[in-house]
Design a protein around this ligand. Structure first.
Ligand SMILES: [Zn+2]
Length: 293
């Protein structure tokens, strides 16, 4: 009985004082996901993979909690932003859903958090390797650069967190994703749940093995949270975006804040990553008229 009281008290203390963890969950990097068949409501395996995505988030939460994590906020950051089965998450976490969000895939992140975990992430549109490699929009963008360096969503989001003084402590996805984030962001725990063979093929772990790996890595990451450094990019930041189609580039070029640097690319400056993110979100989300579904 005494032991139970102590455990509960520790739990309460951790809840208040333990590291606050932010989880951004994407889906392309979820174990076994290789094509659109798993990634959207029209895919024949989508319902099954929503469960896997949710199980990966739960595994990370369990790992983080066993290392003493306190508050946890989870952002559903894939597709329509409504993939996670929210009633299957622990009742003491909160969830960010749907779009648009000024901070995109890290919507809801603020300075109170101590570490960020990126789950189910994928490599960038500039990367020759990786399952479903793209940056923000596979249909619309061919490259995104921060201060001249091509970045993935993971690196972009790490820079937003870094500006708030928050380190990325763990990333999961295929081998290309983990390598790409680590090469720019530096020391993070990486959970490789599959190995890319091509854009639409991978050698994948078994789901249960992936959940175990994610649980372990999240536990390590939170246990060693002081070892990870925020990823800071030099500000003001310069963002270069290349599009598949000339049209958005032509129209953005009408505005003096954007420089059209070639037929398919624009460049803009922003004082901070937060501002860079707001502008990026506007560019990719704005539609004239009422586009609310
Ligand atoms: Zn996605």
């Amino acid at each position: 009985m005494k032991k139970m009281i102590v455990t509960v008290m520790l739990g309460v203390l951790w809840g208040i004082n333990g590291p606050k963890i932010y989880i951004s969950a994407d889906m392309e990097g979820v174990v076994g996901a290789v094509t659109g068949a798993q990634l959207g409501p029209s895919g024949f395996e989508y319902e099954r993979f929503r469960k896997f995505m949710t199980a990966e988030v739960n595994a990370a939460i369990e790992g983080a909690r066993s290392a003493g994590a306190g508050e946890i906020l989870v952002a559903d950051s894939h597709g329509n932003g409504q993939n996670l089965l929210i009633d299957k998450l622990p009742k003491d976490v909160q969830i960010v859903r749907s779009w648009p969000r000024p901070l995109g895939m890290v919507g809801g992140l603020d300075k109170r958090f101590d570490g960020a975990i990126f789950l189910g992430y994928h490599s960038s549109t500039d990367n020759l390797e990786g399952v479903r490699a793209h940056t923000f929009s596979s249909a619309r963008l061919t490259s995104v650069k921060l201060n001249g360096t091509a970045v993935s969503e993971g690196v972009w989001n790490a820079a937003i967190a870094g500006e708030m003084g928050i380190p990325v402590i763990m990333v999961s996805g295929d081998d290309a994703t983990v390598a790409e984030v680590s090469s720019l962001v530096g020391n993070v725990e990486g959970a490789v749940v599959k190995y890319a063979l091509s854009f639409h093929s991978a050698k994948t772990l078994h789901p249960e093995a992936a959940f175990d790996l994610i649980r372990d890595k999240a536990e390590q990451a939170v246990k060693n949270i002081k070892r990870y450094k925020p990823y800071r990019v030099k500000s003001p930041v310069t963002v270069t975006m290349s599009f598949k189609h000339y049209r958005p580039v032509e129209l953005l070029g009408y505005l003096s804040m954007f420089e059209r640097i070639d037929s398919h690319s624009i460049r803009y400056g922003a004082k901070t990553m937060e501002e860079a993110s707001r502008i990026r979100t506007f560019i990719l989300s704005y539609e004239g008229g009422n586009s609310v579904p």
